[in-house]
Design a protein around this ligand. Structure first.
Ligand SMILES: Nc1nc2c(c(=O)[nH]1)N[C@H]1C(S)=C(S)[C@@H](COP(=O)(O)O)O[C@H]1N2
Ligand SMILES: [Mo]
Length: 223
């Protein structure tokens, strides 16, 4: 088994994130994903409409930038590239896509990275509907990038021509103290290149991020 540099395998798959101090957000009765920003037409795609699109299955590991990895997760859903092709008409010069969750969390990907073959809008995990801990009703899954790119409880997709100002849910992050210790997200955040930080080599941050992660994480078997 080979892990990306600086990662440690967990036995289970815990709930994790910058919004852990809150319970998972309630799922609306008829959830939608708003498509907004630099698009020809803003619209809302019902999550139930995703069922009409071609399905995609993917088994992958999830690598948190804090240093833990959950292995062999079997995701099912729709490729982001499919959703993009069928429901999104980008305006001129779109380079970035921001994904927002019902909890207010945001992650910004380069459009090019979001359109990769392994990026999924997932509604099932390990053969079951996605539960609240892991992003119900649907989440983004981008296994080649650090976990914070994989926005849970996906409710809004925003296209941008150029990098939008805030890359991650900034209020939550400052509460978490990551800003204070110099966290600056790398625009691509690819795990195999250890892009843990915008300017500095990722290995410099292994110990720091691990130290900020509750020890209980490493005992968790929840899945
Ligand atoms: N909406 C939302 N998505 C999120 C987060 C979050 O707090 N809220 N945390 C991110 C982080 S830091 C990681 S490592 C993964 C964790 O996914 P999990 O909770 O399913 O383990 O979700 C990412 N997506
Ligand atoms: Mo993470």
């Amino acid at each position: 088994m080979t892990l990306p540099p600086g990662q440690r395998a967990l036995e289970g798959f815990p709930r994790f994130g910058t919004h852990l101090h809150h319970p998972p957000p309630p799922v609306p009765a008829d959830p939608v994903i708003e498509i907004a920003g630099a698009v020809a037409e803003a619209l809302a795609v019902r999550v139930s409409e995703l069922a009409a699109l071609p399905r995609h299955e993917l088994t992958a590991d999830l690598h948190c930038v804090a240093g833990w990895s959950a292995l062999g997760l079997r995701w099912e859903g729709v490729a982001f590239s499919t959703l993009h092709r069928e429901h999104i008409e980008p305006g001129p010069g779109v380079t970035h896509v921001a994904f927002e969750g019902l909890d207010g969390f945001r992650a910004t990907l380069l459009l090019e990275d979001a359109l990769a073959d392994d990026v999924l809008v997932a509604d099932r995990l390990d053969g079951r509907p996605l539960g609240p801990d892991h992003g119900a009703p649907v989440r983004l899954v981008s296994p080649s990038q650090y976990g914070f790119m994989s926005t849970k409880h996906l409710s809004r997709i925003e296209l941008h021509a150029g990098a939008p100002p805030a890359q991650l849910g900034s209020t939550a992050l400052s509460r978490w103290g990551l800003r204070a210790v110099g966290f600056k997200q790398h625009p691509r955040s690819r795990v195999w290149a250890e892009e843990r930080h915008r300017h500095l080599p990722g290995r410099c941050f292994r110990h720091l991020y691990r130290a900020l992660t509750p020890g209980i994480m490493y005992l968790s078997k929840q899945r």
